[in-house]
Design a binder for this molecule. Structure first.
Ligand code: KG4
Ligand code: ZN
Length: 343
């Protein structure tokens, strides 16, 4: 069985994971999130410098946890896109250096395919067909999946404006909550009434694309009108309900219409308790199998990239070329980026 080291540096988390045969052997994570908090969002140069400082210690920590050494690594996988250019380049340079020094193949991996593969570490191999709802800080997509390592990814729908996580982050700012907004809004919502404010459910009944900027504007208008009487928990809970409602309704419908019986929900927003509960309820009613990784594997990490590398090696995919470059806006059409010989 191949042992794959994965490196993730697309945003503010430095993630390293070691995976073999679908099993996580060791992982380490460092975050520069606190350094960005006072700017209200990720500052690329700060993130890149933090990756530089954290990468080698994270690789060491992952080896320590796995109880193995570099000589036991068969391949190196790295996020080569999408993400922040300088942040991606830092991880890519490190991955290339390790691959070269250890004389091992290098696999460039699409970050979002990594989010999907994270689920296999917890719930085993994916069925031959599934629908994936990816909800992260930068992306919101409904995908029709076959074999993640071999088949092209079919986009059923994408967001037309803000991503779901971005909407959480922006609404947190409107409500005076901390960055990153997702966990802060979820925490505030615990004491709120999800039915207190009826926010719009954009684009329901119009296919599988999403739009969250109207919802964000509706929250902004509500905040402005409420002024001194603003009930933050109620607004947070009502906003969260609107997001979870639209996401789960469209995802369940996509499964039923496409004759797929498994829904996978991944990405940072999949850590959201209300989204998880509502998805479970609606999948049960619709007779669908729901797969969601534990919260620690929903947000960015290195294990998910190693998991894709592991699938690629097992499928016999050719490694990426040594000229693999970072692609900050790589579209998700395949899990594997820049395989050698693909032109
Ligand atoms: O997948 P991820 O870690 O990074 C990207 O690839 O973007 O997702 C980060 C996003 C952020 O927008 C964050 O606010 C959101 O996921 N998030 C959450 C929760 N935890 C993280 N959103 C809602 N509820 C949460 N519990
Ligand atoms: Zn991510």
């Amino acid at each position: 069985m191949a042992v794959v080291l994965g490196i993730e540096t697309s945003c503010d988390e430095t993630g390293v994971g070691i995976v073999s045969d679908g099993r996580l052997l060791g992982a380490a994570l460092a975050s520069s999130m606190e350094e960005h908090a006072r700017f209200g969002g990720v500052v690329p140069e700060i993130a890149a410098r933090a990756h530089l400082e954290s990468l080698v210690p994270c690789v060491r920590a992952a080896f320590l946890q796995a109880g193995i050494g570099p000589s036991e690594i068969d391949a190196v996988a790295v996020t080569s896109g999408p993400g922040l250019a300088t942040a991606l380049q830092t991880g890519l340079a490190a991955a290339k250096a390790y691959a070269l020094a250890w004389d091992r193949p290098l696999y460039g991996v699409h970050h979002l395919a990594g989010h999907v593969a994270a689920d296999t570490l917890e719930n085993g191999p994916l069925p031959p067909r599934s629908v994936a709802l990816i909800v992260s800080g930068g992306h919101t997509s409904l995908l029709l999946l076959g074999d993640l390592a071999r088949d092209p990814v079919v986009h059923l729908g994408d967001t037309r404006d803000d991503a779901a996580g971005e909407a959480f982050d922006k609404v947190a700012r409107l409500l005076g909550l901390a960055y990153p907004g997702g966990p802060a809004v979820a925490e505030a919502a615990r004491d709120g009434d999800p039915g207190a404010v009826v926010f719009p459910r954009a684009m329901l009944g119009t296919g599988y694309d999403f739009s969250f900027s109207g919802l964000k504007s509706a929250v902004a208008r509500h905040v402005e009108r409420a002024r001194g009487t603003l009930a933050v928990p109620d607004v947070a809970a009502s906003f969260q309900e609107a997001v979870a409602d639209v996401l789960t309704r469209k995802a369940v419908e996509a499964c039923l219409v496409n004759g797929v019986d498994t829904l996978v929900i991944v990405g940072g927003v999949a850590a959201n308790r209300r989204l998880r509960d509502l998805a479970a309820e609606r999948c049960r009613t619709a007779g669908l199998t729901l797969r969601i990784p534990p919260p620690s594997l929903c947000t960015d990490n290195g294990a998910m990239i190693a998991a894709v590398g592991d699938l690629l090696v097992a499928s016999g995919a050719p490694p990426s070329s040594r000229h693999l470059t970072a692609d900050p806006s790589a579209p998700l059409s395949r899990a594997h980026l820049d395989p050698a010989g693909a032109g």
